[in-house]
Every structure is written in C-alpha cells, then in structure tokens.
Design a protein around this ligand. Structure first.
Ligand code: B12
Ligand code: SF4
Length: 474
C-alpha cells in the first residue's frame, strides 16, 4: 500500500474541566499550537509524505466540514493526538471517520495512549498506537505498512493481531534532538492561536524530559537539551519567515540553572541582534542572578513557575524537592531584573484542611508574583499520585478508564480526605478573586500596562480577564 497523504488531528477538551480551574478563566487562557503534532509533521515531510494538521479547537466540530475536508485531502492515514481530558471527543471522531472512511488507517498517540495502551487500541476505531515520542516511530510504522510487513518487532507500538491487542513496550527515547527537523508549522490548516498574554506568538521547546519526579506529573524521563545554536536557528527562521517575535518555551523545566547553556543561548541572541521576547516555564529554585540578568538582556520577559503550595507537607507529598525560601529567593531575583512572574498553585491535597488551602491563597498574595494560577490537585493517569489515590481509595477504581468507557460521567475526581469537590471549587473561585480583584493587584497592573508597548491592546486583554473573574460564582 502506498501512503501519500497523512492527516494529524487534535481535538478540544470534553466538557470536563480537570483541574477545576473556573471555565471562565480556562476559556480566557487562549489556545496554543499542537507542538507535538507539528514535530511529527516535520519528520513526515522529511520522509516525503504530504501532511496536514487539523486542530479542531480552531477548525470547529462541524461533521460536514470535517468529512468534506477529509474527502478533499484524501488521506490514507489519520493520526490522533490523545489527551485524557479530550478522550471522549477523540473517540467519537475516530468512530465517525471509521464509519465514513473505512479504508483509512487510524493511528493514535499522546499521553492518554501512553497511560492506557491496550484499552485504547482495543477500541474498533483505532488500528495502531504509538507510545512515547512519536516522530521516528510513526515513520517506521508507515514504512512497515507500505511494505506490508509485520509490526511485531517495532519498538513502542501497539497493534491488533487476530483480535488480540499486542503492546510492544517502549524502550528507546528519541535522543538526537539536534538532528530533528524544525517543527513544520506550515502544515497547520488553521493558525488561529492566541494566549491571555499575547496574540502573535508561537511555542517552542529547548529541552524534553525532567530530572525530577513529582508525584502529580507524568513528565518523568531523561532530560535532553538542544544546543543553544540549534534553538537560535529555529527562532531566526520564525523571525525572518513568519515575522513572529514572541516565543513561549514549553519545556517542563527550562534550563535556567545551566549557566553555561544560558550564556551561550543569550549571548547568541544579543550578538545576532534578535529583537525577540520570550517566556519560559521553570522551577523557582533554579533561578539565579547571573542567568536571569542575561535572560532579561536577551529579551526574556516572563517566567512561569511551579510553586504548587505554601504548605510544607503538601510539597513533600508532591516530592517537589523544593523549599519555599529558595522559591521566594528566585522570584525576588526575577522581579529585581524586571521580569513578569506567573506562579502556579495547587489546592486540595489529601491531608489539606480549609486552613491549609487558605494559607496557600494568602501566600500567593504575599510573595512578589505578578499573576497566580490556581488549580485543584487532579490525579492524572500514569503518575504516582494516581496510584496513591487509587490505593488509598480516594477515588473510584480507575477514573480515567471508567470515563473513557462511559462507566462514569462524573467530573474528574478530587483527592482530599477532608474537603468535598463543591467546597474546593468554591475555594478555587475565592483564590482567583482574592488575588486579582484587590486594589494592590489592580494598581500594579495599571502601572505595568502604561509601560507596555501597546497599552490599549493589553488593556483590552486585561478587561477580558477581569470580566471572566467577575463571572465566577461564589
Ligand atoms: C505545555 C503544556 C500545556 C500548555 C499548552 C498545551 C499545548 N496545546 O501545547 C497548556 C498550559 C495550555 C496545557 C494545558 C493543559 N494540560 Co498540559 N502540558 C503541557 C506540557 C508541559 C508540554 C506539552 C508539549 O508541548 N510537549 C512537547 C511536544 C513536542 O511533545 P508532546 O505534545 O508530548 O508530543 C509528543 C508525544 O506525546 C507523541 N504524540 C503526541 N500526539 C501524537 C499523535 C500521534 C498520532 C503520534 C504517533 C504520536 C503523538 O509524539 C509527540 C512528538 O514527540 C505537557 C507535559 C509534557 N512535557 O509533555 C503537559 C500535559 C500534556 N498536559 C496535561 C494536562 C492534564 C493539561 C490540562 C488538562 C491541565 C489543566 N487541567 O488545565 C490542560 C488541558 C489542555 C487541553 N486543552 O487539552 C497532561 C496530559 C495528561 C493526559 N493523560 O492527558 C501533561 C502530560 C502533563 C501532566 N500532567 O503530566 N498544557
Ligand atoms: S512538575 Fe515540573 S519539576 Fe516536577 S516532574 Fe513535572 S516537570 Fe519536573
């Protein structure tokens, strides 16, 4: 079988709102390009395939529009990106595709498949699954399909044989990060992306994996870093070709603590006179004076930091391996150098009582963070937290599997021993209102807005955020 056209699909979340973040806030956040699929597309293009990416969050969910798109493009393969939060939507769509286009091979990948490989591929709407980082593995699988050989020796592949699902465990992680082609953004059918901070931006990664192993996170695995020169080359391409000057690094932990790397990266930006702005996600305890001062000079304008909790026992529960004093020190350094700081907080740990939650809410206002994002501790599959809540019977059997198979319609579980979902959701609303609707924040933001290059646009974004907050019910 000759494969010419491949369609990669990602769908928007179901009605479910996992982390309890008020929908008003969630919808104001905006949507980001599906970087994982864009990386896969570049490897496929390199191997001579014709690829398009449909992100249904921007394309819309009209069945007719989708089926006529598929009919026109005529793909032999459709690849689905599966997240647990959007799994039901993805399955419904895959079923529609299998009914309307039975000859198309449907391949699945992404975090939900990694968590439930055999359960997912046993569904009739999926033919093959690819575990872990998918670019190279997908190309291998396509070559095997084309040569009509067996998938039995392919690493990290899930497939059906005589009605049985076979899972070939994933052994290798893709390591030659610098040799990977740059993400093929031109394959996106819609490029309608925005965030609460900026309208014209794109996402990028300098590293993959993480050295830490926090219990709530599935990002555990060898940390791999691109060379600064390789990252700069990619940025230069977007600046010149796409006229994009704003970059969000989506690395789980941007290497702020690797001064040697930061020096090479920032000095190259400065030397090449790249007029760009960029933000990173990292750990506050990794922040140091030298890195931050260089990053600021090279255009970094925002840090997104996982502080998680003001309660020591909760940080220990997460295995965060971070003390609050070093986190605060990091934030103070960032503020001293004029960077904007957005901090992430989680409430609703198994042993937290109301007072502990209020302590985290108060703490967010006390430290020098400009913005705060609060969410409920939500057990996500393939994490130690998920195993813990299952073992301690803090949620029903295997929530995400039951959700996928319609055994439950409940919203994602919380895992507090003392506070119910209703009370936690109220506390979450209180956290947002307490942080944002107070004179201190409004005054500080007002001054910041006046300093912005385009204050009017920022003001519109600010008011839309404020309107969202006011819609949160007490
Ligand atoms: C940045 C990020 C976000 C950003 C931007 C997301 C985006 N659209 O880019 C924001 C903040 C918006 C976000 C939001 C959420 N996120 Co998030 N996010 C991440 C993060 C840190 C990086 C994602 C990324 O870009 N990685 C880099 C790219 C290159 O890799 P990738 O996407 O994983 O893709 C590779 C493989 O997965 C695979 N693959 C993926 N799709 C496919 C498809 C096929 C066919 C194949 C073959 C292979 C394949 O190959 C890709 C290339 O190697 C990950 C953790 C992580 N490090 O992966 C969590 C992560 C994806 N998020 C997660 C969650 C839970 C959420 C939220 C639900 C949190 C919340 N409650 O608000 C929301 C929901 C988002 C939504 N609308 O669905 C979970 C998903 C777990 C799960 N089982 O689904 C993760 C894994 C973190 C975790 N908790 O462990 N997120
Ligand atoms: S939460 Fe952050 S530091 Fe912890 S394992 Fe995940 S990516 Fe690493």
């Amino acid at each position: 079988m000759k494969i010419n056209n491949i369609l990669l699909l990602t769908v928007e979340s179901d009605e479910i709102n996992t982390s309890g973040t008020p929908l008003e806030i969630d919808s104001a956040r905006g949507n980001y390009p599906p970087l994982g699929l864009i990386y896969i597309a570049s490897e496929l293009l390199k191997n001579g395939y014709n690829v398009k990416i449909l992100d249904l969050a921007s394309f819309g969910r009209s069945k007719n529009k989708l089926t006529s798109f598929i009919r026109n493009f005529n793909p032999e393969i459709i690849g689905f990106q599966l997240y647990s939060t959007s799994i039901r939507n993805a399955i419904k769509l895959a079923e529609l595709i299998k009914t309307e286009f039975p000859s198309i091979t449907v391949i699945a990948g992404g975090p939900h498949l990694d968590a439930y490989p055999s359960e997912t591929i046993s569904l009739p709407c999926f033919d093959i699954g690819i575990l872990g980082e998918g670019s190279k593995r997908l190309v291998n699988v396509l070559k095997i399909i084309e040569s009509e050989k067996t998938l039995s020796k392919s690493d990290g592949v899930v497939y059906k044989l005589n009605g049985k699902v076979i899972v070939n465990k994933s052994i290798h992680k893709s390591t030659c990060f610098n040799k990977m082609p740059f993400p093929a953004r031109q394959t996106l059918v819609d490029k309608n992306y925005s965030s609460i901070f900026e309208n014209k931006f794109t996402s990028i990664v300098a590293s993959r994996g993480c050295h830490y192993s926090c219990t709530f996170c599935s990002e555990i695995g060898t940390f791999r870093l691109r060379t600064p020169e390789n990252v700069i080359k990619e940025i230069e391409h977007y600046v010149k070709v796409d006229k994009i000057n704003n970059f969000y690094f989506l690395d789980s932990t941007f290497p702020v603590n690797n001064l040697k790397w930061i020096k090479r990266f920032c000095n190259e930006i400065i030397k090449n006179k790249l007029k760009i702005m960029w933000s990173v996600r990292t750990r506050p305890d990794h922040i140091n004076e030298k890195s931050i001062s260089l990053m600021k000079k090279a255009g970094c304008n925002r840090l997104q930091l996982g502080i998680e909790s003001a309660n020591h026992k909760s940080l220990e529960f997460l295995n965060k391996r971070m003390d609050l004093r070093s986190a605060e020190k990091g934030i103070n350094i960032a503020k001293k150098h004029g960077l904007t700081v957005l901090s992430y907080f989680i409430i609703g740990f198994p042993d937290e009582k109301r007072n502990d939650v209020l302590n985290t809410i108060r703490y967010a206002r006390k430290i020098k963070t400009d913005y705060a994002h609060f969410s409920l501790l939500t057990p996500i599959p393939n994490t130690k937290l998920y195993d813990y809540v299952k073992k301690n019977k803090l949620m029903q059997e295997d929530y995400w599997l039951d959700y996928m198979t319609y055994k439950t319609d409940e919203l994602a579980p919380v895992c507090s021993k003392y506070l119910g979902k209703k009370e936690l959701t109220k506390l979450l609303g209180h956290a947002y209102k307490n942080f944002y609707i107070n004179p201190n924040f409004i005054f500080r933001r007002g001054i910041d807005i006046l300093r912005e290059e385009k204050p009017f646009i920022v003001l519109i974004k600010y008011f839309s955020g404020l309107r969202s907050l006011l819609r949160i019910r007490d």
